[in-house]
Design a protein around this ligand. Structure first.
Ligand code: NAP
Length: 250
């Protein structure tokens, strides 16, 4: 048999935020590495478009609609999930605004999707034993949570820093069942999230020059790191926040 410690063959992996960007690419890449993939998001049409790109050589992929900020949806999703060897929790959003406009309402909406949603999903998946012994969970955080990477990202950055903090506690507690929990902290990645017009294309091109490796990330860069963390190649790694930013934070 071919030697490949990075294979996901035989594993079942959940990907949230799979209708776009990093989640979409992670779902497709995991299926190409042999995983049966369960994908979820809110937008049926875009989720279906991801489903159509999953590796047809693996049987049993599933697509489940859910709004991660709605408690009943999260509970229903957890009830419908098969037993999992891994999960990539990507569903999230960003917010760019000066801190002086960061009202409690803004913090609440950012923390709802970027912090409370993945934390509640992770809690229920562990409590209800959806996560198998030895499962690996990957939280998609951000360098916004580890560094002050750009002005106007305080609300966003705080939500991701909180996620990184919980990741460490979960890693410590869930090791009791050999469940690993790590996060990936990407710099700017070319997805619809950053190309929504909030920052102009000219400003983005200028900002990309600040990255020592000369470019923003692509969704596949993050997907490949997620594959490593989901695979047995990272079996001794838990509680780590993996900064993935083309050298930006140097
Ligand atoms: N792009 C970057 O530069 C970058 C950098 C660092 C970290 N990140 C993080 O990476 C993650 C993915 O971002 P992306 O760039 O791939 O963004 P994206 O292309 O906008 O994708 C976001 C995904 O999250 C889902 N989502 C949003 N709100 C949701 C909700 N309430 N319930 C369920 N799903 C929801 C969206 O699906 P529906 O709309 O169909 O629900 C979509 O699939 C986010 O957590 C983001 O903060 C991104």
């Amino acid at each position: 048999m071919e030697y490949n410690p990075f294979t996901l063959t035989g594993k079942t992996v959940l990907v949230t935020g799979a209708s776009s960007g990093i989640g979409q690419e992670s779902a497709i890449a995991c299926s190409r590495m042999g995983a049966k993939v369960v994908i979820t998001a809110r937008n049926q049409e875009r989720l279906h478009a991801t489903f159509d790109q999953l590796n047809p050589e693996v049987e049993g992929h599933m697509q489940l609609l859910a709004d991660m900020t709605v408690q009943q949806d999260v509970e229903r999703l957890v009830g419908e999930l098969p037993k999992l060897d891994g999960a990539v929790l990507c569903a999230g959003n960003s917010m760019t605004l000066p801190l002086q406009f960061g009202t409690r309402e803004k913090f609440d909406s950012m923390f709802d999707i970027n912090f409370f949603a993945p934390v509640e999903l992770l809690r229920l998946m562990y409590k209800k034993k959806v996560l198998l012994k030895g499962a690996s969970v990957v939280l998609i955080a951000s360098i916004g949570g580890t560094h002050s990477f750009m002005p106007g990202n305080g609300v966003y950055g705080a939500s991701k820093a909180a996620l990184n903090s919980i990741m460490r506690y979960a890693a410590r507690e869930y090791a009791a069942r050999m469940v690993r929990v790590n996060s990936i902290c990407p710099g700017m990645v070319n997805t619809p999230l950053i190309h929504d017009g909030t920052i102009t294309e000219e400003q983005l091109a200028e900002d990309a020059k600040r990255y020592p490796l000369g470019r923003y990330g692509e969704p596949t860069d993050v997907a490949n790191a997620a594959i490593y963390l989901l695979s047995d190649a990272s079996a001794w790694m838990t509680g780590h926040d993996l900064v993935l930013d083309g050298g930006f934070s140097l």
